[in-house]
Design a protein around this ligand. Sequence first.
Ligand code: NAD
Length: 488
Amino acid sequence: MSDLILKNCRKQSLIGGQWVNAYSGETIDVEDPASEEIIAAIPRCGADEVDAAVRAARLAFESASWSRMRPIDRGRLLESIARKIEDHADELALLESIDTGKAVAFAKMLDIPSTVEVFRYMSGWCSKMHGETLPVSFDGREYHAYTRRDPVGVVGAITPWNYPLALGAWKIASALAAGCTVVLKPAELTSLSSLRLAELCLEAGLPEGVLNVVTGYGHEVGKALALHNDVNKVTFTGSTAVGKQIAEYSLGNMKRVTLELGGKSPSIVFDDADLERVGPGAALAIFFNSGQICFAASRLLVQEKVYDQVVEAVAAAAQTFKLGNGRDADTMLGPLVSRKQQERVLDYCASGVAQGAELVTGGKRHGDKGYFVEPTVFANTNPSMKIVQEEIFGPVVSIMPFKEMDDALKLANDSIYGLAANVWTRDINKAHKMAARLEAGSVWINCHGIIDAAAPFGGFKQSGWGREVSAEGLYAYTETKTVCALLD
Ligand code: NAD
């Protein structure tokens, strides 16, 4: 089944409705991170292909079939895309698993439904975006003043490798709902599901050129897209280091910029929490998807009285996860996406030990094939350690004790990042006081990672600029225009 899906899936870029190879003919190998085998190749495009895709997107943006499409028809089209994805859920989940290494069961449970839901959610907005009438006073004459929400134009979208389909869908569905056109650059490690998504969009009736996908490296395709003077907005999900470069590239023509970047999110456990739920809850909050989640709760702050108990529970939970090939039915955690990522995570584990953290479990490669790393728990860590300050993007948690609420807040906010946080307590007053003072774009209480198309998502501090999904995310693809008419 996976061989057939892999054989049949598109391995060309999509520009103006045409499937194309890189103009140079060059390709990038695609590796299965579980077996380390080369399983496909995608075009290594460059600035010329980006230029062609931006021209196609501009043409589509200005064409009547897209710009003057009735809002209700645009909504119907997005709903058709949602249904197409739903109809191909098994295939897409398998493709996502092959490319990223993640467990196919979780891709089916999370990645595909959230991809479907964001198209469905945004389909409703197409016919509900509106401006306002404005009660202008000005010089006392009579005016009719109002705002319009115009689409921002051509959008360059750049995505990472951890949730290629779902994070691409956040950008595509929002941009299309607003009436924009898109040039997508998926991560070079995981482009296959984005190409299949684009194919399904065409099958659902999306006009040619409205969605283009250009595959290739970040420093080639991504950079050319962010620099391009005919791109009106760039929306980027990835590391903070690259996000800062994107912001600089965008300055030339003052592109609108949305950045979803890194994180070092805290889980905060008070001694009145339901500890039966905290053990598995805090473990899943860091180890799910092998820790390759921007909002992974990689710092665990535990009130002193229950510290030992929680360390033990999280370590015990870490040891129960079954690591393996994402296509095996009982696999819970797949490999990391690449050798580079595996080496990076193991280097962080070594630095934790060198800086005096207590290695409770894990810290090693798992098996001798594939880019697996054992779920790793460090106890007795402190904010001076690299493993506490830097984003590891792997299955490694650093645990620290705290005394009172203020100490927890100080530790939690002691980070350049501010993407998310969770709080475990039975005291609802304490929970909401913490939520108010945590410097994080999302705060989850007695749960973690509740990501929904209706809930704005994004970061404080160096975790990014702006919000995605929800009405706020949608409006980020629009320009507000004020219109004022003198009534004689
Ligand atoms: P990355 O920054 O290396 O790459 C992300 C994308 O940017 C890829 O498509 C890559 O090819 C491209 N890119 C790389 N260099 C570029 C350049 N110079 N110009 C333009 N594009 C360039 O990130 P990654 O390793 O793919 O993903 C991991 C990072 O993504 C982590 O830091 C993680 O926290 C972050 N992330 C954030 C969110 C969020 O919503 N905040 C979600 C997922 C991942």
